[in-house]
Design a binder for this molecule. Sequence first.
Ligand code: FMN
Length: 227
Amino acid sequence: MTSNPTTNDEAARTGRSQLRVLVLFHSWSGNTHCLAEAVAAGAALGPEVKVELRRVPELRDERTLLEDQRIGAKFAVIQACPVATADDVTGADVLVLGCPTRMGTMSAEMKCFIDGLSTLWRAGAFEDKVGAAFTTASTPHGGHEMTLMSLAVAMTHLGMVMASPGYTAAIFEDAGSPYGATATSKVQGVRVRPSEADQTAAQALGRRAARVGQLLRRGRDAETVLS
Ligand SMILES: Cc1cc2nc3c(=O)[nH]c(=O)nc-3n(C[C@H](O)[C@H](O)[C@H](O)COP(=O)(O)O)c2cc1C
């Protein structure tokens, strides 16, 4: 997904490379994918920002997910999103990671993907990239914050600069958390999609991560001019 068709024109006009935001997610039944799309929409600050949406590889055979009666149709939509390549990850200035909460922490698929970055990590490929996190879980206290923190811990190890939402937007008083965007996918036993407020908080997270990315980029550009 590219947020704005005029992005390349803008880069050519200004002579400045675009800020690249990668929204990297894992999702089976679409809740986290829904937040990922909201994060991507929020990160699309303008023509100088290119936003891409990518998923992490599955650990299970994708056919078994497609054949699963509960999630098959939802996973078919997710499957259409490209799987992230190493170039997608290294080329991004901002990485917003999101996955379901599983057993109170990030999904194994996301953890496996992050662990697979170790060669790039040792080469310093993640230093000074901006990071932020989002998750969904089926119960109100099912581990949202633990998952957000586990993603933050991983990004901290990679040498990234975390753009925590805190209460930088009013929506975080009502949805999401100061650690990242969240949604609860079951209410009184009924499966529900992330609410409008959850999606608004996810947009605010994307906006904040891209904004912090822009500030870092401008500081770096100014440093280059001065040196
Ligand atoms: C193996 C497994 C473990 C899970 N563990 C938790 C959990 O610890 N806490 C929780 O609230 N929900 C848990 N869930 C529910 C998912 O987090 C929830 O349904 C989530 O919204 C799914 O995201 P998705 O629609 O993007 O796939 C678990 C689901 C699975 C399949």
